[in-house]
Write a protein that binds this ligand. Structure first.
Ligand code: SAH
Length: 341
């Protein structure tokens, strides 16, 4: 299902853009609708938010420091969902190619040009993991690519893999915050965020930074976990839905979730162009069952047990991701746009 720019915007802009934006900068553990109420009043709340943000960042860094090796051993260099035909019968050997297909589908959805004149020459990979996307994109386009992650272990491993694959002069990785990126304005033709947006406690700051570092005419691609869009009569998710998401937040170091429509609204407020979104939940359905299956093999179990509590806790909530997708509360979304020339 493709949600084109503006399709659901009219019901969303019920108050002024400024007011809406200030609300998004306070996204924390509460579902989006709740945070709106909280953030209106919160002057002193920002100090609390900052301490919370620091704790969250540290948790994310430690989670990926601890778990990335286990993931790489079993699943390889891409730490994101695969893209499958809905209802396809999938073999274990299909998953790595499905992860590459996810990258290709995202590029195609955003109409990233392939010809040598127009293709991206400079790319940022925001929330880069161990750099699978960066290396793939750099090779595909012959582009230079900069990846950032909160995890020192990931940055080190990503650089080592780049060197081993002969890409050290094209691709580099460092520890840096997506909400305060160490890059000048307008540097990148392609701004890529593959499954990192769900970790960002301040969605406005997140998309503002993506827009800031994009070159005029550059493409921004966000592939991320969202909660379902609310109906016009709903103020928030149902209590049992919030409870499910909260459990996932705790284990995966996520702040409050927001919806695809919330993202569209933010991109519109920043005057970005060609905003498009789609729900790919059906295309990722085989992924979590496969991850659980791989965790239950001898190799999976022994590496999990050797990893640490954060990784084990992450593994234990994986069935809740399946439940969330099946109940329609979790959505796997792609949202793309272009920075005006
Ligand atoms: N995009 C990668 C990894 C996805 S895992 C891939 O597809 O393989 C999520 C990544 O987001 C991790 O690398 C984590 O460190 C990063 N991340 C989360 N919050 C971040 C932040 N505030 N700044 C930079 N990176 C962040």
């Amino acid at each position: 299902m493709s949600v084109l720019h503006g399709a659901c915007a009219s019901t969303l802009f019920t108050s002024t853009v400024t007011r809406q934006l200030s609300l998004f900068s306070g996204i924390k553990r509460q579902p989006c609708q709740q945070l709106r109420h909280r953030a209106i009043s919160a002057k002193g709340g920002m100090a609390v938010a900052t301490a919370d943000d620091q704790r969250l960042k540290q948790g994310i860094a430690e989670f990926y420091d601890e778990s990335s090796g286990v993931w790489e051993n079993i699943w390889g260099e891409h730490m994101h969902h695969g893209f499958y035909d809905p209802d396809a019968v999938v073999q274990i050997s299909d998953h790595r190619s499905a992860q590459i297909r996810m990258i290709e589908q995202a590029l195609q959805f955003a109409s990233v040009p392939e010809d040598s004149q127009k293709r991206p020459k400079s790319i940022v990979d925001v929330g880069c993991g161990i750099g699978g996307s960066s290396r793939y994109l750099s090779r595909k386009y012959g582009a230079e690519c900069y990846g950032i992650t909160l995890s020192p272990v990931q940055a080190k491993r990503a650089n080592a893999l780049a060197a081993a694959q002969g890409l050290a002069n094209k691709v580099s990785f460092e520890v840096a915050d997506a909400l305060n990126q160490p890059f000048p304005d307008g540097k990148f033709d392609l701004v890529w965020s593959m499954e990192s947006g769900e970790h960002m406690p301040d969605k406005l700051k997140f998309v503002s930074e993506l827009a800031r570092v994009a070159a005029p005419g550059g493409t921004i691609i966000i592939v991320t976990w969202c909660h379902r869009d609310l109906s016009p009569s709903e103020e928030s998710l149902r209590p049992e839905e919030k409870k499910l998401l909260d459990k996932i937040c705790d284990a995966f170091y996520l702040p409050a979730w927001c919806s695809t429509s919330d993202y569209i609204k933010l991109l519109e407020s920043l005057s970005l162009e060609d905003i498009k979104a789609a729900d790919w939940s059906d295309n990722v359905a085989p992924f979590w069952p496969a991850v659980i299956k791989s965790a239950l093999t001898w190799d999976g179990l022994t590496s999990l047990l050797q990893s640490g509590w954060k990784t084990i806790r992450g593994a234990l909530v994986m069935p809740l991701m399946i439940e969330g997708f099946q109940k329609g509360v979790i959505k796997f979304s792609i949202i793309t746009c272009r920075k005006p020339e």
